[in-house]
Design a protein. Structure first.
Length: 444
């Protein structure tokens, strides 16, 4: 049986009793929208083709983007941005701070009261809540990562849970840290799921940094390897092997034995994205070892770690790093680390598309368009950006990722609280769920 939390169930079911907001619709709406905006700026496009090609995902009327605000869950049309409210939470101290995942017709999303919530996307009903331990203990839970039969999520006390779906029963749980330690090793948010194994970085009391491999069947520890520094982000599958960032070093590991194949050290490095035989990373390079600027994007040979190319990024003032790159199957999509002297959540970014074989720019968007994002969602042929600027119009912008042309933009002109906007979207299309590479990773 799911572990029901009686204190907050009535508050979270408020949508079924009285909707909290009124929605108006037109051809491009986001949440409580009052107007549609058009985009007149155009990207600078290099007509040369990319060396790696993939089919464009053909979206249809059933293709949906799922977005969460602090209390609410929304569904947007992926073809025009039209929006509907799925679930509106009531009062109480809890919030949604991380993206949902979807299996079937149910969205699974964690809240800050250390609970995993199951919400019916068709009716808005809160189906069940599962307690992830003491809500006042240490950290907030991570976003869930769900298969057809399980949701894997890390609770605030750093325990990894396998929760059966759709029913919400506990299959197993294992602790991921010692007393005083932290599983969230500066960004290790989601496990890599490969066949019957889970790969995830752990930080034991800031004394032992390890990549652990767990059985999906019962949570037993199968393998473990130690590193000299904290693990960043989620391990990446590369040509059957693993790419792992520990401190400022990118490691390639044999997936079967966890033995080192090669490693490459930078002053700062993001988690990679793999396209063909290239691993692409964002780098921090203040000593101009690889490029004559502070920030860059580098393409590495996945078999040897050789740096094949580096594309420089504009120098910025007081930047904490750049978003990691993403892949649309054929192109690398990254962003500028543009700052303009603003605070952390006000740093405008704009997208750039690079060819994976040589790092040349296919298209880039002008910096003055207002486009900004913390973590874009990229799928073959499409790029969805969420703005994250306080005091400015916040929006979701849908681009053609191959040309940079804007397909639609949905904006909210009246919202006041920047935290009302979910920085990360997921796409549900033809029964498949597409999610962003992971949460934003700062590399400095």
């Amino acid at each position: 049986m799911p572990c029901l939390i009686s204190d907050h169930t009535a508050q979270k079911r408020a949508f079924n009793q009285s909707p909290l907001i009124k929605l108006t619709f037109c051809s491009c709406l986001l949440w409580a929208l009052t107007a549609c905006s058009s985009e007149t700026a155009s990207p600078e496009v290099d007509a040369g083709g990319a060396g790696v090609q993939s089919e464009v995902l053909t979206l249809n009327s059933n293709s949906s983007l799922i977005a969460a605000t602090q209390k609410n869950l929304y569904r947007l049309s992926a073809t025009n941005g039209a929006t509907e409210l799925v679930f509106a939470g009531g009062g109480g101290p809890w919030q949604f701070l991380s993206p949902a995942d979807v299996a079937g017709e149910v969205a699974y999303i964690a809240s800050t009261d250390n609970v995993l919530n199951a919400i019916d996307l068709n009716t808005g009903e809160l189906l069940w809540e599962f307690s992830l331990g003491d809500a006042n203990n240490r950290e907030y839970p991570t976003a869930p990562s769900c298969s057809s039969s399980s949701c894997y999520v890390i609770g605030g006390a750093y325990d990894l849970y396998d929760i059966g779906i759709p029913g919400g029963d506990l299959k197993w749980s294992v602790p991921l840290s010692l007393e005083g330690g932290s599983i969230l090793a500066n960004g290790a948010r989601l496990p890599l799921i490969v066949e019957d194994k889970l790969y995830i970085g752990t930080d034991y009391a800031n004394q032992s940094y390890r990549l652990n491999v767990y059985s999906r069947t019962d949570g037993s520890l199968l393998q473990s390897v130690e590193f000299d520094d904290q693990l960043f982000g989620t391990p990446v599958l590369s040509n059957g092997n693993l790419l792992v960032v520990a401190g400022n070093t990118l490691h390639a590991l044999d997936r079967a034995t966890l033995e080192s194949l090669w490693q490459l050290e930078f002053s700062g490095v993001s988690t990679p994205v793999v396209i063909g035989q290239m691993a692409i990373v964002s780098i921090h390079d203040p000593d101009d070892q690889y490029v004559d600027t502070t920030f860059g994007t580098a393409g590495l040979n996945i078999n040897t770690g050789e740096v094949v190319w580096v594309n420089r990024m504009p120098d910025v003032i007081d930047s904490d790093g750049v978003p990691f790159p993403a892949s649309d199957g054929s192109l690398v999509i990254t962003s500028t680390p543009t700052n303009f002297g603003l605070g952390f959540f006000d740093r405008p970014r704009y997208p750039i598309a690079l060819r994976p074989e040589n790092g040349s720019v296919l298209w880039e968007y002008p910096a003055n368009t207002g486009t900004a994002s913390e973590d874009p969602l990229v799928v073959p042929g499409h790029l969805f950006y969420t703005s994250f600027l306080s005091g400015a119009v916040r929006s979701v912008t849908a681009f053609n990722s191959r040309t940079g042309a804007i397909n639609w933009r949905a904006s909210d002109d009246e919202a006041e609280d920047v935290e009302e906007l979910a920085p990360t979207l997921i796409l549900v299309h033809e029964g498949q769920v597409y999610r962003a590479h992971e949460f934003p990773t700062l590399i400095k």
